[in-house]
Design a protein around this ligand. Structure first.
Ligand code: ADP
Ligand code: MG
Length: 767
């Protein structure tokens, strides 16, 4: 902080303030500081980023911060950055008050009076203040205590909106902050006064118990108590990008004296964040690569060769390309860590199966981890089908899920530990301690977004040597996210769809504007069925009281006042009595059914014995029934963009064109509706992922709960900071190329360690 900086709040030790609360919800800056518990000086003066907050500001505040934001260390607190900055505004002289505008005035209390109101019950406190040029009245209704708090002769700063009451100007219920004595008051010299008034006031993500001003006060104490802060950025890099030192940046983002301060600080901290993150990811990537494992190379005339020669279709160019990337990885002595992203239906399963066969050729086992029981069972069926009976008997693909009956589970465990089963397919039950492999060579994780890093890690530990890891995702991931979230993985992309796909037509059914279209949905569905096709109807809830396990409550984003959602049970009953669907066989599918029931239902649907499945999002990923041509999504606005895209991918998979009706009651100009419209407007998953990024509220990008709690990203926004992330990665790679363990820059190594700890904590929380 420059020494010319005027005293900013918190002004130590003084003032009475509005006990009504933090004021941070008002349009006005929350000026002033109430009676804050805690010391006015830091308890120590040589704090580092790893020092516990309690050592600097005392236990009570530290506990409150831990409770509100999960903060422990000085570093945690200092990287709790202001969400925005307010300003006290121009100082206004009392003889030139603009009516109807918000003003801030430094003035002295002339008189205080209290009286009862004439017409209504209640009291009114009137306070006259003066700046020496004019007089203004402050009014407070039913707040008698103001007459005690404000007394003649007190000086302070008052802020509020100028209103006209019977010809006299006044401020009703202004925010104010009193100066304890003249030493704390803004200087009478007008230059210094102007600086004081123009200083940006940081507004922090806050909670009721930890309001913004209290955070500001604590941060100030911590900044005062900070010892020397070694810089994590290499000096040359800081100079090249003209960035501040970290200490300066912390000072200026928390205690700016002008807008330029926090802007420069933000640039520095944002780049530092990107750089430290990329260093962490590059190191992780290198560490994973450096482990020793067994190369897996297919044998001539082995499982893979045979599979390729009997494949009923040609692999697409992208499938071949990705296939050779995987083959190259598998042949190396460091384990593969590869993410394959590809549109729904782009043929990722075939690619993964080919990798499993290469591993089987070398005698190794593969584990395929699916997000749900339904999907695991389906994978088993389609893998058995693709292999054909002879190969299936040799490879013995085995299902291992939590809901298997004990006898079958025992059998599956035995096949797994003996190495008989060369392909083991399961849900997270595969992660349990009772599952042992004979020679685990490859782990395939289907639909990454349902699995945390630590789950991948648990499977990794099941091999005698670290197994190769292949992650499949149908959620297209923009490059910068791939680089940020999956930066420890190599990425392959399957963009091409197998030839002969008919595409999907999507329509929004906007019930807010066109309620009559609701009927048309069901007649349209009946037309599809009449052509011998099948349909999905998707609801966001099972019954009025039961949500799909794992589904969150509908977001309270405040776009619309939400009516209760259409439910599987409610709609099932409704559709079964619709005359136009009289001959249709309609069945439910949702997560509260037993896995047997679900399995029976899915089989019946796949066999064409069910016409309409009324389902929850259990059908979201991977369900493959080529004859299903139509999908109706009820309350489409309750789903996310990528979720709708996934759901829609269930139809239009064969030679039959798909139809997707997105039913919504969201009004035309709402954000929720914008999301639905975006999905209807394109089939391009990458385009949608980008649109999704832009439409989502900031901080929501990684799908994590970022409600001020510790989260993986702070200033960095993957949607808009792609360029910065790319540059940071290049710098990180260059640096680590020269100095593989960052030994030349200990503060950077420490920052990376903190970063990894923190990511671990937040990933663990996500489960
Ligand atoms: P994904 O898992 O990427 O959604 P799948 O691997 O389930 O896609 O493939 C979808 C369907 O397309 C499957 O029925 C699969 O047999 C078929 N398929 C895969 N690759 C090809 C290809 N190259 N040509 C034709 N059909 C393919
Ligand atoms: Mg799949």
């Amino acid at each position: 902080m420059t020494d010319s900086a005027p005293l900013l709040p918190p002004l130590p030790g003084e003032t009475s303030m509005d006990p009504a609360g933090p004021l941070s919800t008002t349009a006005h800056p929350p000026i002033g500081v109430a009676s804050v518990a805690g010391p006015d000086k830091p308890l120590i003066f040589d704090a580092t980023l790893d020092t516990k907050i309690s050592a600097v500001v005392g236990g009570r505040t530290a506990q409150a911060l831990a409770k509100a934001f999960d903060m422990e260390t000085v570093g945690d607190l200092l990287s709790h950055y202001p969400r925005r900055y307010a300003r006290r505004g121009e100082l206004t002289a009392l003889d030139e008050l603009p009516r109807g505008e918000s003003v801030t005035i430094v003035a002295e209390v002339l008189s205080v009076s209290e009286r009862s109101m004439k017409s209504k019950r209640g009291s009114i406190v009137e306070v006259k203040i003066s700046d020496g040029n004019g007089i203004l009245t402050l009014t407070f209704f039913n707040q008698k205590w103001r007459a005690e708090a404000l007394r003649r002769g007190m000086r302070g700063i008052f802020a509020g909106k100028v209103t006209d009451y019977r010809g006299a100007l006044q401020l009703a219920h202004p925010d104010y902050e009193l100066f304890a004595d003249d030493a704390d008051a803004p200087p009478r010299d007008s230059d210094a006064q102007r600086r004081w008034v123009e200083a940006p006031i940081p507004i922090y993500p806050a909670t009721a118990t930890m309001p913004s001003w209290k955070i500001a006060k604590t941060v100030a104490l911590v900044l005062d108590g900070l010892g020397p802060l070694p810089d994590p950025l290499p000096g040359a890099l800081r100079a090249e990008r003209t960035l501040l030192t970290q200490r300066d940046a912390f000072e200026k983002i928390h205690r700016p004296t002008a807008d330029g301060d926090w802007r420069a600080a933000r640039d520095t901290l944002k780049f530092t964040e990107a750089f430290v993150l990329q260093c962490a990811l590059v190191l992780q990537h290198n560490a994973a690569r450096a482990r020793e494992t067994r190369p897996r190379v297919p044998t001539r005339g082995g499982f893979l060769d045979h599979f390729d020669s009997t494949l009923p279709f040609e692999l697409t160019g992208d499938q071949q390309q990705v296939g050779s990337e995987i083959a190259r990885d598998l042949a190396e002595s460091g384990p593969m860590n590869r993410l394959v992203q590809g549109e729904v239906g782009s043929g990722k399963t075939v690619v993964a199966l080919r990798a499993m066969l290469a591993v089987a050729d070398s005698g190794g086992q593969s584990a395929l981890l699916a997000p749900t029981e339904v999907l695991a069972a389906q994978h088993l069926r389609s893998i058995v089908r693709m292999l054909g009976p002879d190969r299936a008997a040799e490879l013995m693909p085995t299902l291992l899920t939590g809901q298997l009956p004990t006898a079958e589970r025992k059998k599956a465990l035995l096949r797994t530990v003996s190495g008989q089963a060369l392909i083991v397919i399961g849900t997270h039950a595969l992660l349990s301690d009772t599952v042992h492999f004979f020679d685990l060579g490859l782990v395939v994780v289907d639909e990454q977004h349902r699995f945390g890093v630590e789950q991948r890690e648990a499977l990794r530990l099941k091999g005698a040597q670290p197994p190769h890891v292949l992650v499949l995702t149908a959620t297209p991931i923009p490059r910068t996210i791939a680089m940020t979230v999956f930066g420890d993985l190599d990425v392959s992309t399957i963009a091409e769809l197998p030839a002969g796909r008919q595409g999907i037509e999507s329509f929004v059914v906007p019930l807010a504007e066109k309620p009559a279209w609701s009927m048309r949905v069901w007649t349209r569905l009946a037309e599809e069925l009449a052509q011998g096709r099948q349909a999905f109807v998707v609801c966001s809830a099972i019954s009025p009281k039961v949500r799909e396990p794992g589904e969150e409550a509908p977001s309270a984003e405040g776009d619309d006042v939400k009516t209760p959602p259409t439910t599987v049970e409610g709609l099932l009953a409704e559709l079964r009595v619709k005359p136009e669907l009289a001959s249709a066989r309609i069945e439910p599918l949702h997560g509260r059914m037993s896995s047997d029931e679900k399995d029976v239902t899915m089989r019946a649907f796949a066999a064409g014995d069910i016409d309409i499945l009324v389902a929850t999002t259990v059908i979201e990923v991977g369900v493959d029934v080529p004859n299903a041509s139509a999908m109706v999504v009820m309350d489409a606005d309750r789903f996310g963009v990528s979720q709708l895209h996934q759901l829609r991918g269930r139809v239009g998979r064969g030679e039959i064109p798909g139809l997707c009706l997105l039913v919504t009651t969201a009004s035309a100009d709402s954000l929720a509706r914008e999301r639905v419209d975006a999905v209807a407007s394109t089939l391009d998953g990458f385009e949608l992922a980008q649109a999704d990024l832009t439409l989502r509220r900031e901080g929501d990008v990684l799908g994590g709960e970022q409600s001020g709690a510790k989260s993986s990203l702070r200033l960095l926004r993957v949607a808009t900071d792609g360029e910065l992330i790319t540059q940071a990665r290049a710098h990180a790679q260059e640096l680590i190329g020269d100095d593989p363990d960052l030994s030349s820059i200990p503060p950077l190594a420490a920052a990376v360690r903190r970063r990894l700890d923190e990511s671990e904590r937040s990933w663990l929380r996500k489960g």
